[in-house]
Design a protein. Structure first.
Lengths: 282, 414
């Protein structure tokens, strides 16, 4: 314990005046939590850096392809469904509002820009975090608690290279592709809802979708998708990889909590990063 | 003695406030089977994990061929540790991979061998481990014994110079335990690696160990041969060995060596009237051929049946028996002279020829996939002793008298 200006440690002060604890404890708890968060953030950054460098080592391509299949290809159906209904419901809500001000022609513009710039990357990332991210954390967490990761170490196989790097690379490849798919199917959902069901003009809708979007909008969406890919893959891999070091539980329960933390932290960080990236690119 | 392959100098390891190892000193020599024994939670696995670098000592030095690991350059350290393989207590097989993929993993990831060469090596190891039928199964589809064998095959596939076994027989039945120990011993002889085992299996593990290290109260309190351990006078012996060593050896159902000694002293040392007793020494000869033809389990089953048969026959007549070496059984007949003992042995041979052989070959029938011819011999020798004599000299005398009492040959054809 560090001594204060009078050479007395905080512990000695607290021992002499126990009521001081009432005031110091909340601050100490906040301080500990802050130090833990900063420590974890730093560790995750180092973790990401090392894993990223190892993407370019030999024998990685087959593992990356395998992970692209799991994270990307196997998420296609869920992305199609979510994209379709997101487009439909957005169109439904927006059309009613636009009709009131006589601007129903702007339906295509509103939908396309919202999806491509904002909703596409965010909802895609959240859906992949929930589907593939949770599975990644659980798989790596179980491998950790059943000593499979230690076994890799003893076989001189770098666990970061073998387990983490392919998942980060696969996420960076899959997220933009799935985002593009989400955008496309969302616009199609808007067409079904707006044109087929609500009776908006098909030509106006498609024309506005085509003319209102610029390459800059598409690029912004893809940049966000890549940022979210890095966040989701790092958080999910990190939580699983260090599941055995959790202080709140052990064993299978620790893996369960790590999975919950991975999904929650990923979702929160996606929204925080969305704001930061948008404010930088806008 | 030569420079130890691995040496611990004053190694201390703590987890939080709990000190697990305190100023541990030990030596492990090349080409030997060294077994670390101690109670559960005494830090045996921690010790093993420090050798392979999964854990680092808080204090002290670990030397590899006389050089401290901590001061080695990264390349040198990697090269040293690459010679070591580790078999985990819970196997640590990858549950999403088949047995073949698990065994191939270290070759695939750490070498530049072509796929065909990897497949060849893996298939050879799979066959040696009697896992032919399980090659394409997942670990969860295998029995505990098969998982152990798969983990053992994975540990050996890179032809390591040193293999660390963390409780390789935990959770196995007596036949499997001894089959695994026997497999380790045979592999060690065949491939010449240095084996370091952590085990509770006393006395079974003595049969395959060149050296025993005893971990007690956070330190190594004994290093030496199993025979030297018998003479070791320390609280470890009372508290640990006697608690780990069962009243009877699990595989054969015979008395453990210690219990055998206690019985010997209790029954024969009291004979002050100059009476005699007899010792019968049985040896199973040609068991390596049985192992090669029928597998480790069948060989252990044969040993188990032999032990059971000896116990059944001589136990009813006041005799007590133990397994002296892997294939050697000794029976003391405290109330019989040489003539009576010879008569008893004759009865045993007749009975065994009638009934015992059938039990032996039942094992062969279960295990043999196609036609095979297996053969082994049973030798027996009798000697007479007096209570004042050392039992070792009487047993040696019985060994000199040994002759073949039965040769079992079986042609199994399907």
């Amino acid at each position: 314990m560090a001594p204060n200006a009078d050479g007395q440690s905080l512990m000695e002060v607290e021992a002499r005046w126990p009521r001081v604890l009432l005031f110091t404890r909340p601050f100490a708890a906040i301080g500990r939590a802050a130090i833990r968060w900063i420590g974890n953030f730093g560790a995750a950054a180092v973790f990401l850096f090392l894993a990223f460098l190892k993407i370019f080592r030999p024998k990685q391509v087959p593992k990356i392809i395998q992970q692209v299949y799991f994270i990307g290809a196997k998420s296609t159906l869920i992305i199609l469904l979510v994209g379709l209904f997101t487009g439909m419901v957005m169109c439904l809500q927006s059309y009613r509002a636009l009709v009131k001000v006589g601007a129903e022609g702007a339906l295509g513009t509103l939908l396309a820009l919202s999806l491509v710039r904002e909703l596409g990357p965010v909802l895609t990332a959240i859906m992949i975090a929930a589907r593939a991210g949770s599975a990644i954390t659980t798989e790596i967490g179980i491998q950790r608690i059943s000593e499979q990761i230690d076994a890799l170490d003893t076989m001189r196989i770098d666990p970061l290279r073998y387990l983490i790097s392919p998942r980060i690379a696969a996420s960076i490849i899959s997220f933009p592709l799935l985002t593009a798919l989400f955008d496309l199917i969302g616009i199609f959902g808007g067409y079904i809802s707006g044109v087929v069901l609500l009776g908006a003009n098909a030509g106006t809708y498609l024309h506005r979708v085509q003319t209102s979007m610029e390459m800059k909008d598409v690029t912004e969406g893809f940049i966000k998708a890549i940022v979210f890919a890095v966040i989701v893959s790092t958080v999910c891999c990190y939580q699983g990889y260090f599941a055995h070091m959790r202080t709140d539980s052990h064993g299978a329960k620790a893996v369960g909590l790590a999975t919950t933390s991975a999904v929650v932290i990923s979702c929160v960080l996606i929204l925080v990063a969305d704001y930061v990236v948008t404010s930088l690119l806008i | 003695m030569d420079t130890p392959l691995i040496e611990f100098k004053n190694v201390t390891k703590s987890f939080g406030p709990r000190t697990v190892l305190e100023r541990v000193n030990l030596q492990i020599y090349e080409g030997q089977v060294t077994t670390i024994i101690g109670l559960s939670g005494s830090g045996k696995s921690v010790l093993l994990k420090q050798i392979i670098g999964l854990l680092k000592p808080d204090e002290g030095t670990i030397l590899f061929k006389g050089k401290p690991l901590a001061t080695m350059k990264k390349n040198e350290k990697d090269a040293s540790l690459a010679q070591i393989s580790y078999m985990f207590q819970d196997n640590a097989l990858f549950d999403s991979m088949t047995v073949h993929e698990n065994i191939a993993l270290p070759l695939r990831e750490t070498t530049n061998l072509k796929k065909a060469e990897i497949d060849l090596r893996v298939t050879a190891r799979i066959e040696q481990s009697e896992l032919g039928d399980a090659a394409n199964k997942y670990p969860s589809e295998l029995s505990g014994g098969m998982q152990k064998r798969a983990a053992l095959a994975r540990a050996l596939v890179t032809d390591p110079k040193i293999v660390l076994f963390d409780e390789p027989t935990s959770g196995q039945d007596p036949v499997r335990k001894n089959a695994i120990l026997s497999m380790i011993a045979q592999y060690q002889r065949t491939f010449g690696f240095t084996a370091v085992l952590v085990s509770h299996e006393i006395p079974d593990v003595y049969f395959i160990s060149d050296r025993i290290l005893a971990l007690y109260d956070r330190a190594i309190v004994f290093q030496g041969t199993p025979e030297e351990l018998e003479k070791f006078d320390h609280p470890f012996k009372d508290e640990v060995i006697q608690s780990l060593e069962g009243l009877q050896e699990e595989l054969t159902g015979l008395y453990s060596k210690r219990q055998f000694k206690v019985l010997y002293q209790a029954q024969l040392k009291r004979k002050t009237d100059g009476g005699t007793y007899s010792v019968v020494l049985f040896t199973l000869e040609g068991m390596d051929a049985i192992t090669a033809s029928l597998g480790y389990d069948a060989a252990q089953e044969a040993r188990r049946r032999m032990g059971g048969y000896i116990d059944k026959h001589f136990g009813a007549k006041g005799g007590f028996s133990t397994r002296r070496h892997t294939n050697e059984f000794v029976t003391v007949l405290p109330y019989s002279d040489l003539t009576e003992a010879e008569s008893m042995l004759k009865d045993f041979i007749e009975d065994f020829q009638k009934e015992g052989i059938r039990g032996f070959w039942a094992v062969a029938w279960k295990k043999t996939p196609s036609k095979v011819s297996v053969e082994f011999a049973i030798l027996a020798g009798i000697a007479q002793g007096q209570p004042i004599m050392e039992i070792g000299s009487v047993i040696d005398s019985a060994k000199h008298q040994q002759k073949e009492i039965g040769r079992l040959r079986c042609d199994v054809r399907r």
